[in-house]
Design a binder for this molecule. Structure first.
Ligand SMILES: Cc1cc2nc3c(=O)[nH]c(=O)nc-3n(C[C@H](O)[C@H](O)[C@H](O)COP(=O)(O)OP(=O)(O)OC[C@H]3O[C@@H](n4cnc5c(N)ncnc54)[C@H](O)[C@@H]3O)c2cc1C
Length: 377
């Protein structure tokens, strides 16, 4: 039997390609025959790009066996597909990402005047998954004069506001929180200079806003993990993220590993990790390394990741690349404007190369937190 990787995103493709590059049998199960560059979805929504797809046959190592399908449950040695088929595994890497739609509830309705079947409120659009971005773009095209209110000034909301203002839209960016990081303050100042109305410290109750036809509402308040791990009876946190240990393995389920946004690493070395493709890529590679080490009878190393920078696309070819310490805290250096935009675009392109050449991919070591408990003893 073989290793099965579930989810053809940044983490899953990295894991599958790395295993294949090192000669291990591997099967990738994923929903679509293309990879979605989620880091570009704001530009799909704004109309600057037609889509963010890369065909899997351009990205996937030819030794990876590809199965298209949607998994509905992960058992102890078999993956159950929506189609009714089963995929047996010796080892499973769960890498389903954070592009889930909110579950239907009393305040949620599909379709309707505002056209979104996947919104947290009846009115709000989203940009977290390719279908969400396409729906938002269609709505914007249908209502060219409507103002766009983006709720949430995290990086998704900021990048979307930048792309929309570059596309000539009137944009309001609303955040319940005041920005704390210097880089976020700089992003908001740049957007304000370009005409975006910024409202911070304002809690907008998106579920109870009046319907107005001169406004399109976008919910950029967070990412949602699919319920698969929870529904499979695996340990999850309150957000549905699969809990894994320092070797990215699920406690009590040694044949199951996790990687990417859908995972919470319960280890002091992982406190600084953020949901990002910058995290998903090394996690996918490390999951592969753990499997390979065990196959060789060796103890796997703990997952250890340090960040170098945080890259943000502000639209119009402008960007902000903030240099950070391994623990993701800001250094005093940033590359902004067109130079920042160029570096950001280069990094986006490099992510594809890193996945395609997964066998050679490496990443910086994390902050020295592992030593702290030993010193305290
Ligand atoms: C607009 C936007 C901009 C962003 N910009 C940046 C950025 O600049 N830098 C950065 O670091 N991060 C950025 N991010 C975050 C980044 O996209 C995510 O952190 C990254 O995609 C996580 O990778 P992943 O492999 O965990 O999940 P994904 O890339 O989402 O991949 C998950 C895969 O699993 C598949 N899948 C899910 N459920 C199932 C199932 N049941 N059966 C089969 N297949 C399944 C999905 O179809 C998908 O192919 C951005 C996100 C958005 C939305």
């Amino acid at each position: 039997m073989t290793t099965v990787v579930l989810g053809g995103g940044y983490a899953g493709i990295m894991a599958a390609n790395r295993l294949a590059a090192r000669g291990a049998p591997v099967q990738l199960v994923t929903t679509r025959p293309w990879f979605v560059e989620r880091i570009r979805l704001h530009t799909v929504a704004s109309g600057a790009r037609v889509d963010a797809r890369v065909p899997l046959d351009e990205l996937l190592d030819e030794r990876v066996e590809l199965t298209l399908g949607t998994a509905v449950r992960a058992g102890s040695d078999v993956l159950e597909l929506e189609s009714g088929g089963d995929v047996p595994f010796e080892t499973l890497v769960l890498a389903v990402g954070s592009g889930a739609s909110p579950a239907p509830d009393a305040t949620w309705r599909s379709g309707g005047a505002w056209g979104s079947g996947a919104a947290m409120s009846p009115r709000a659009f989203r940009v977290t998954e390719e279908d969400d971005a396409a729906r938002l773009r269609a709505e914007l095209e249908a209502r060219p004069d409507a103002r766009v209110t983006v709720v949430g000034a995290g990086l998704t909301g900021i990048e979307l506001a930048g792309a929309l203002t570059a596309a000539g839209r009137s944009v309001r960016l609303v955040s319940a929180h005041e920005p704390r990081r210097a880089a976020t303050k700089a992003h908001l100042a740049e957007l304000a200079r370009r005409g975006v109305t910024i409202e911070t410290g304002v809690h907008l109750d998106v579920e109870h806003l009046e319907d107005t036809h001169d406004e399109v509402l976008v919910d950029a308040t967070g990412l949602l993990v699919p319920p698969l791990a929870h529904e499979s009876g695996l340990p999850t946190d309150e957000h549905g993220r699969l809990i894994v240990d320092e070797t990215l393995s699920v406690p009590g389920h040694p044949r199951i590993l996790g990687a990417g946004d859908a995972v919470l690493v319960r280890d002091p070395r992982a406190r600084h990790l953020r949901a990002a493709c910058a995290t998903a890529l090394p996690m996918g590679a490390h999951a592969a390394d753990v499997i390979l080490a065990r196959a060789d009878g060796q103890d796997p190393a703990p997952f250890d990741l340090g960040y170098l920078m945080q890259c943000v696309d502000l639209g119009n070819g402008r960007g902000h690349v903030q240099l950070v310490r391994p623990d993701d805290s800001e250094r005093a250096i940033a590359l902004t404007g067109r130079a920042g935009g160029l570096l950001k675009e280069t990094v986006c392109r490099l992510t594809l190369q890193w996945m395609a050449r997964a066998g050679r991919y490496s990443w910086p070591a994390g902050p020295a937190v592992a030593a702290a408990p030993a010193l305290a003893r």
